[in-house]
Design a protein around this ligand. Structure first.
Ligand code: ADP
Ligand code: MG
Length: 231
């Protein structure tokens, strides 16, 4: 038991250390990126150098995204649970994503009942659905649909929970990939960080919920969340 605890402590300390490291790397990275952008404006910079500068900027941007996602995963904030109307959360998110190029050709069908309320941290809820909607959109090529619906599932005893499903008509995944989706850094995408679903899983768990994913290659994917209802 003591050894188990020690190991858990060590892992937590390691997580905190790497999160601090990630945080510290972001500042100089921003300075590098800002300086390169300024130098790139100088009149003597020729086309060849411009190309090199844009490679530096693209790669610093990629590193920054990786560090940001890693920080979300390694150092999640303690949830501040409030009553959230899910129909509205998804509606706001869809409005925000409407201009995102990844949503082109993707129809989002928000069928959530207007009175579905969960207890969840507001920012973390947005983060969860943002990740799930973007994943669904990225799995869709040449047009498709994302359908979101949900219902209150009331058990006889204990507090109720809200079931939400996000179904997409995208590429789906193989059963081998499906088994690995919650592993940090598992990605099949060029430029993906593989931290989206690992973070979503962690957030859902710390807010008292759970989730499952079903997928069929070539047909699509369904993510199902069970979140604590407001009782
Ligand atoms: P990333 O999006 O950076 O790759 P995620 O953790 O969000 O990382 O997803 C991990 C992997 O799970 C993706 O690379 C993809 O292979 C698979 N995946 C996640 N969501 C879906 C989906 N809706 N349809 C098909 N594959 C998915
Ligand atoms: Mg993702």
């Amino acid at each position: 038991m003591a050894a188990e605890l020690k190991r858990a402590d060590r892992l937590a300390a390691l997580g905190e250390l790497s999160a601090r490291m990630a945080h510290e790397i972001r500042n100089p990275l921003a300075a590098i990126s800002g300086s390169v952008q300024l130098v790139a404006l100088r009149p003597w910079v020729d086309e060849k150098d411009q190309r090199l500068f844009s490679i530096i900027l693209r790669e610093t941007d990629r590193l920054d995204c990786l560090l940001r996602d890693f920080l979300f995963y390694a150092r999640p904030n303690q949830p501040a649970k409030v009553a959230l109307n899910l129909h509205r959360v998804i509606g706001d998110l869809c409005a925000l994503l409407a201009t995102d190029p990844r949503m082109e050709g993707v129809e989002v069908d928000n069928q959530l009942p207007a009175d579905l309320v969960v207890q969840f941290d507001k920012d973390q809820c947005t983060q969860v659905f943002w990740n799930l909607l973007v994943n669904a959109a990225e799995a869709i090529t040449g047009g498709g649909r994302i359908c979101i619906d949900g219902a209150l599932v009331k058990e006889d005893a204990g507090p109720g929970e809200v079931r939400i499903s996000i179904r997409d008509t995208g590429s789906g995944m193989s059963q081998d990939d499906l088994r690995r989706v919650f592993e940090p850094f598992f990605t099949t995408k060029k430029g993906g960080t593989g931290l989206g679903l690992a973070t979503v899983y962690r957030i859902v768990e710390t807010n008292g919920g759970r989730m499952t994913i079903n997928s069929s290659k070539g047909k699509g994917t369904t993510v199902t969340l069970y979140l604590p209802a407001l009782c």
